[in-house]
Ligand binder design. Structure first.
Ligand code: ZN
Length: 247
């Protein structure tokens, strides 16, 4: 995971009349004492082409969470950081609560693009450090990393192909890093295997060229930039940038 910067302007579809009308409809459902279900949300708005296109650009065409490339996966899925239908603070059975953050269903700041695996594993999990402040967006302290708001490097580090929470000087594991790894399953088998292959190819070439890790990473970055791509567009770039071992 790497730090991302979102385009300041909301895509047109999210600020149009249709989005306003859909939001009013959701508010009416809740005012009537009901809970919006999946079918009450309009994927044609939050997942509109202009939203998806801008997120693809802002995320260097990669999943916001695991950094796998999205171009071979139909451009990924538009994901709500704060879940729209239901939320869970933890894994306790029967602890799924509704309604959730339905007001943010069409909110640009709440949208990311992710791969299908990350989206479905994250599902309704949205743990807070201070659950008593849930829905108070000023006070809420989410325990999941939002790469648009947080710098993942402050919470996550890689030891070879596996990701771990950063550990502070007192040996305490970063809680946001821990929960993010757990609830998005960032060490799932297929992901670790793909990272391993990318990393070992990198290390092999690096040794052949007699370069240090930093020198080689720098060269790779230069090559990417001369190709007209940014360094951050390298698949699993966070693994290299936040690598604890320097080989
Ligand atoms: Zn992913």
């Amino acid at each position: 995971m790497i730090h991302l910067t979102k385009d300041n302007d909301s895509p047109e579809t999210l600020v149009g009349n249709d989005a306003d009308m859909e939001l009013s409809r959701l508010e009416k459902i809740v005012d009537d004492g009901e809970k919006p279900t999946y079918k009450d949300f309009n994927a044609g708005i939050y997942g509109a082409d202009d939203v998806r296109k801008q997120l693809l650009i802002d995320q260097h065409e990669k999943c916001a969470y695991c950094e796998c490339t999205l171009l071979d996966k139909d451009g990924g899925e538009v994901e709500h950081f704060r879940p729209k239908t239901a939320y869970r603070q933890d894994r306790v059975k029967g602890n799924t609560k509704k309604p959730a953050y339905y007001k943010l269903a069409y909110n640009w700041d709440n949208l990311l693009l992710s791969c299908h695996a990350c989206n479905s594993i994250k599902s309704t999990f949205f743990p807070l450090a201070n659950p008593e402040h849930r829905f108070d967006l000023v006070k809420e302290l989410p325990l999941l990393i939002n790469p648009y708001n947080d710098d993942p490097a402050n919470h996550l580090e890689f030891r070879q192909e596996k990701v771990f929470p950063v550990v502070d000087g007192n040996g305490k594991k970063d809680e946001k890093g821990s929960k993010t790894i757990e609830y998005i399953d960032l060490n799932r088998k297929d992901l670790v295997e793909r990272r391993r292959r990318v990393l070992y190819r990198f290390v092999r070439t690096m040794s052949r060229m007699g370069m240090s890790f930093e020198q080689f990473l720098q060269q790779e970055i230069q090559d990417e930039i001369s190709d007209g791509r940014t360094a951050e567009s390298i698949e699993f770039y966070g693994m290299f940038a936040n690598q604890k071992y320097k080989f």
